[in-house]
Write a protein that binds this ligand. Structure first.
Ligand code: SF4
Length: 683
């Protein structure tokens, strides 16, 4: 009789976007052979997007790193774990001894589970007394953390995704959810089918815009005048919620005075005033209205101000703290929320406990059994890069690939080359890993336990389905072993669960969570401070999370982008993401089904510009900015306005970030990834 191979289904969480869909890894003979939606997950209700269905193919790629690598005479040679970790520990100690704590810098990816982000924060602070630790939310939703914290007291999404079905009106701005967060896109369609008015504002006529009842095009980087104008009309037409404003907010007069200057913004935004007014009144007149936004809001030098403008709009109309309302940033990577929650941030410990407050430092010193934690703000992600060779002499990068994902790649390469020592922990020999002195092979998400916190603050389990290849290890184990090599107390973890428990005891929002409580499909939504707390799906229901409980209005004026088109570089270049690919492409480009859909990159150009320049669909074109140049294919389209181009950054052979600008938002230090001046010509 033929033996039927045993098939195992391991429920876990999608490794890609911040929606956090539940899925089952299908395991046969010790290999992941497929993926099925986890039907019991309330997040995705038995559905997955193409990326989710393709998320397993890279796991058993022959390109996976299987042994530690040490660079000798410019070439990598395989090493034992002892040899590699001894070298890393001794080099980091040497730099620390020679130059002091802030000569070290630590970067961690938002793809990495909470346990490992927490340990990176602990390693930097306990091991080297530095706050130079940051995660890549800095260059996607850093402005959401900064802006929402300033306005509402908490830098997180206010309502769950499923709650969009309770809205009477949804205002989507700077988000192409149908491509970047398809299972939230599904919620938008479900809401529309139930009778919700769907408004989409975007410079491009995206897949999401196509689903809208009303589409509002605006010029790139003119969010503030657009939102100020909406608020002008809401106040003028008596649609502001004065009772909410009086009881729950402060500084309304400052806002009112500012928006009076923005009655007509058509010349700046390109949006007809009548349309701005119509949309403003639709949003304000709805019983419950929700805002959904994404990187079109945050990835600019006005990112924090853009987010605060949206918070102004929600508070002005009292649309916060109830079902069907709120402000919901869609997080790009699966654990953007968690990486920030875990204190992989240069100014806070886990749970947003500020390092500058002595009481917080004392608390952490006691919990971690150390003395002398620093109270200064550490360097943010891009500041760390700029400081390479100068203030920063050694860098530890966990899962980060700045040679594709950071702006101005030529600048990144030049900076990294000035380091005295660098370590990369990753699953593939990425463009960044190739520049490192030591590469540590990591287990991927299917090969380890842990938790991810999705964009709706839902803390969900990641479960080990198969063994890691060769000698690759989970990041939590690598960091624990390194801590032990450094002779640190509190790094003798035997499991991811032990790390989680260490974190939960010092992190108020996670204080009531355990792996046992996270077993149920709906998991838990933070804040969940005690063992009997059910979690908190909707924030700000009674009062805001600010010190005085009041929401803060800010009067915010328009500032142009750092670099605007001119005679030499006459086009504005926007950047974005595709349905079938994800970030620097290391994983999705190793999935046949995803790669076959979109095998390489392209630039979108309007029909009018293409005609003027003699460019046809598929022509090779050369784009140049003040920082670099890229050759790619042209995609001629009606969906983009004249004078604007759009690219993605997924493709190493034509990376948009050779062109992008490192100019930064002064508050969140977000670089201007979504807007720079370029030229384009047919090759
Ligand atoms: Fe994964 Fe996001 Fe797609 Fe869900 S929507 S399957 S989390 S990539």
């Amino acid at each position: 009789q033929q033996k039927v191979p045993e098939i195992k289904y391991v429920p876990t969480t999608c490794p890609f976007c911040g929606v956090g869909c539940g899925l089952n890894l299908v395991v046969k003979d010790g290999k992941v052979v497929g993926v099925e939606p986890w039907k019991r997950s309330p997040v995705n209700e038995g559905k997955l997007c193409p990326k989710g269905y393709g998320c397993y193919e890279f796991i058993h790629s022959p390109d996976r790193l299987t042994k530690p690598l040490i660079k000798k005479d410019g070439k990598f040679v395989e090493a034992s774990w002892d040899e590699a970790l001894d070298l890393v520990a001794s080099k980091l100690k040497e730099v620390y001894g020679k130059y002091g704590p802030d000569a070290l810098a630590f970067q961690v990816s938002c793809r990495v589970p909470n346990e490992e982000c927490y340990l990176m924060n602990k390693l930097a602070r306990v091991g080297f007394k530095t706050n130079n630790v940051d995660n890549c939310a800095r260059i996607c939703h850093g402005p959401s953390v900064a802006g929402l914290s300033l306005s509402l007291g908490s830098g997180a999404a206010t309502n769950p995704f499923a709650d969009l079905l309770n809205a009477d009106c949804i205002f989507v701005i700077g988000s192409n959810a149908m491509e970047a967060h398809p299972l939230v896109g599904r919620r938008l369609i479900q809401a529309k089918e139930k009778g919700t008015t769907l408004i989409v504002a975007d410079p491009r006529y995206t897949l999401t815009a196509r689903k809208a009842h009303i589409y509002m095009r605006f010029n790139p980087s003119t969010v503030i005048p657009l939102i100020n104008s909406m608020m002008y009309w809401i106040i003028k037409e008596g649609k502001a919620d004065m009772e909410f404003i009086k009881n729950k907010t402060k500084d309304f007069e400052e806002l009112k005075k500012t928006v009076e200057k923005y009655a007509d913004v058509e010349a700046l935004t390109g949006t007809p005033t009548e349309l701005v007014k119509e949309i403003a009144l639709k949003y304000a007149s709805a019983k419950n209205a929700a805002i959904v936004y994404c990187l079109g809001i945050t990835e600019t030098t006005s990112g924090t101000d853009n987010v605060r403008s949206l918070a102004n709009l929600a508070m002005l109309t009292g649309n916060i703290g109830r079902p069907g309302t709120g402000i919901n940033p869609l997080r790009g990577q699966n654990n953007v929320q968690g990486a920030c929650d875990m204190g992989a941030y240069p100014n806070v410990y886990s749970g947003y406990q500020k390092v500058e407050l002595e009481e917080n430092r004392k608390k952490m010193e006691q919990a971690w059994g150390v003395e002398g934690l620093p109270g200064n703000y550490g360097l943010t992600l891009m500041e760390q890069i700029d400081a390479c060779g100068d203030r920063v002499k050694a860098m530890f990068m966990l899962g980060e690939n700045p040679m594709i994902s950071f702006p101005d790649i030529n600048h990144v390469r030049e900076c990294l080359s000035k380091l005295e020592f660098s370590v990369v922990e990753d699953i593939f020999l990425t463009e960044t890993a190739q520049l490192a002195d030591v590469v540590l092979p990591a287990a991927c998400w299917a090969e380890k336990d842990g938790t991810f916190t999705s964009g709706e603050r839902r803390v969900q389990r990641v479960r080990k389905a198969v063994d890691a290849p060769g000698e690759a290890k989970p990041d939590w184990e690598i960091l624990s072993l390194l801590g032990q090599k450094l002779g640190l107390k509190g790094f003798d973890f035997k499991s991811a669960e032990e790390v989680f428990n260490d974190m939960a005891r010092v992190t108020p929002q996670y204080g009531g969570m355990t792996y046992a409580r996270l077993e149920k499909p709906e998991a838990l939504v933070w804040p969940c401070p005690t063992a009997d707390h059910p979690g908190t799906p909707i924030l700000h229901t009674q009062k805001f999370a600010t010190a005085d409980g009041l929401g803060n209005f800010f009067g915010i004026d328009y500032k142009p982008p750092a670099e605007v088109p001119d005679e030499e570089y006459p086009f504005a270049l926007m950047t974005g993401r595709l349905l079938f690919h994800y970030h620097s492409g290391t994983q999705t480009r190793r999935s046949k089904q995803l790669h076959n859909e979109v095998p390489t990159g392209f630039v979108e150009i309007s029909e009018a510009d293409a005609a003027e320049l003699g460019i046809k669909k598929g022509d090779r074109v050369l784009l140049k900015s003040r920082r670099g140049e890229v050759e790619t294919n042209a995609l001629v389209t009606k969906d983009i306005p004249k004078g604007v181009l759009n690219m993605t950054f997924h493709f190493r052979e034509c990376p948009a970030n050779l062109l992008t600008n490192t100019a930064r938002d002064p508050l969140s230090k977000m670089p201007e990834l979504k807007y720079c001046a370029v030229s384009v010509e047919k090759v």
